[in-house]
Design a protein around this ligand. Structure first.
Ligand SMILES: Cc1cc2nc3c(=O)[nH]c(=O)nc-3n(C[C@H](O)[C@H](O)[C@H](O)COP(=O)(O)OP(=O)(O)OC[C@H]3O[C@@H](n4cnc5c(N)ncnc54)[C@H](O)[C@@H]3O)c2cc1C
Length: 349
């Protein structure tokens, strides 16, 4: 559906002057590439339904017009960012020349960014810190994805937050701004108190580990999201992970249908990481001591896969994820919609 619905937010962008001849084709290709539906594609008009809204691009009188509509600020912003990204593929100088009318954000921050305040940081078992933070508008920040990015300045430095440019585009802090931006997994979100919680695995050299050891309540932290991660829809699961993905594994198994079956391997540095958590009776959970390189993938490979209604899930160190993805996707033929392979951290990075 690319027609604005009642009460939807709308915006119009107009681009004139020199525009590469293949821009309309590139926009259509990019829409497909990003997995959005291309509802209509002609040389002078493109229509696409994009998450929670839509985009119509018209080529009229040597000018390009983009009509955007979205259910709320975040949706409209993401569609605008998507359109500007598609334009970049035609020519990176085009985005800054788009003249926007209609709904514009005048907020200080992009709508998918919040400045949160630390409520508490306490040890959770021996392997984690449990962080509680207060943020505005918890519901729209946490649904429907599982993860978010945290933005921390270098110790003793002022934070640099993202902002919206004149063209409505998010300008994220760059490497030279010294911000650290690791990803974490929500383990709880309470709209009534405005609080979210997440678990930080303590590891040597970890900047967030060091931050957790000294941070005080009331300190401000940047958070962007939500982003990525989804509850598998299938009822047979083969999962693998480590300490960093244990919060996501717990979350998925806690929410899985009671009749779900499967096998879960969690590779850990020692018995102090092991914890009890709710999971369907038909799911076998095995904790693996991290002492044999490659064992996590070997153990996953040894499990006979269900023929249908199956999901293979792995989140751990990057090199293991790359091997697993090429084995399950390329050799076994597991499709993208029945699998999730994500590098949660990179050794020596
Ligand atoms: C989608 C997603 C969800 C995630 N959810 C969580 C979560 O809920 N909880 C959580 O704790 N982590 C989670 N992670 C992993 C986390 O983002 C990374 O471990 C990140 O590097 C942590 O930053 P840091 O400041 O601790 O370490 P950094 O300062 O980034 O890294 C410092 C050094 O530590 C090494 N390192 C990083 N992670 C590990 C590790 N696990 N073990 C050993 N060495 C390591 C790096 O290679 C580097 O040499 C998630 C990652 C993704 C992509």
């Amino acid at each position: 559906m690319t027609t604005p619905q009642h009460a939807e937010l709308t915006a119009k962008g107009r681009l004139v002057g020199e525009i590469p001849a293949n821009t309309m084709q590139i926009i259509a290709d990019e829409i497909r590439e990003h997995g959005y539906t291309l509802d209509h594609h002609a040389s002078d008009e493109i229509r696409s339904s994009m998450g929670g809204g839509g985009l119509q691009v018209l080529w009229r009188d040597e000018a390009l017009e983009a009509h955007l509509h979205g259910a709320d600020d975040v949706k409209l912003h993401m569609i605008r960012e998507g359109f500007l990204h598609f334009l970049d593929h035609a020519d990176p100088s085009l985005a800054d020349r788009v003249i926007w009318t209609g709904h514009r954000l005048i907020d200080k921050y992009p709508p998918n960014f919040r400045v949160g305040e630390v409520v508490s940081v306490k040890p959770h078992g021996k392997a984690y810190f449990r962080v509680k933070m207060k943020i505005d508008d918890v519901e729209s920040f946490t649904a429907p994805a599982m993860h978010f990015r945290m933005w921390l300045p270098e110790p003793g430095c002022d934070p640099v937050w993202p902002y919206l440019s004149e063209t409505g585009r998010t300008i994220w802090p760059g490497k030279s701004d010294g911000m650290h931006d690791p990803v974490y997994t929500f383990i709880a979100a309470d709209a009534a108190t405005g609080e979210i919680q997440f678990d930080v695995f303590r590891h040597e050299g970890g900047r967030v580990t060091e931050w957790c050891q000294s941070v005080q309540a009331g300190v401000q932290v940047g958070l962007s999201g939500p982003g990525g991660g989804r509850q598998p829809e299938q009822n047979w699961l083969l999962m693998g992970g480590d300490e960093t993905s244990l919060p996501a594994i717990r979350r998925i198994l806690e929410r899985a249908d009671a009749g779900t079956e499967g096998h879960v391997f969690i590779e850990i540095e020692g018995a102090h990481v092991i914890e009890e958590f709710p999971a369907p009776d038909g799911v076998i959970i095995e904790w693996l001591q991290r002492d044999k390189p490659g064992q996590l993938l070997d153990r996953m490979k040894a499990i006979p896969l269900a023929e249908t209604d199956r999901h293979v899930w792995l989140a751990t160190e990057k090199s293991q994820v790359q091997q697993a993805r090429s084995y399950f996707r390329d050799e076994v033929g597991i499709a993208a919609q029945e699998s999730y392979f994500s590098a949660y951290w990179t050794r020596g990075n």
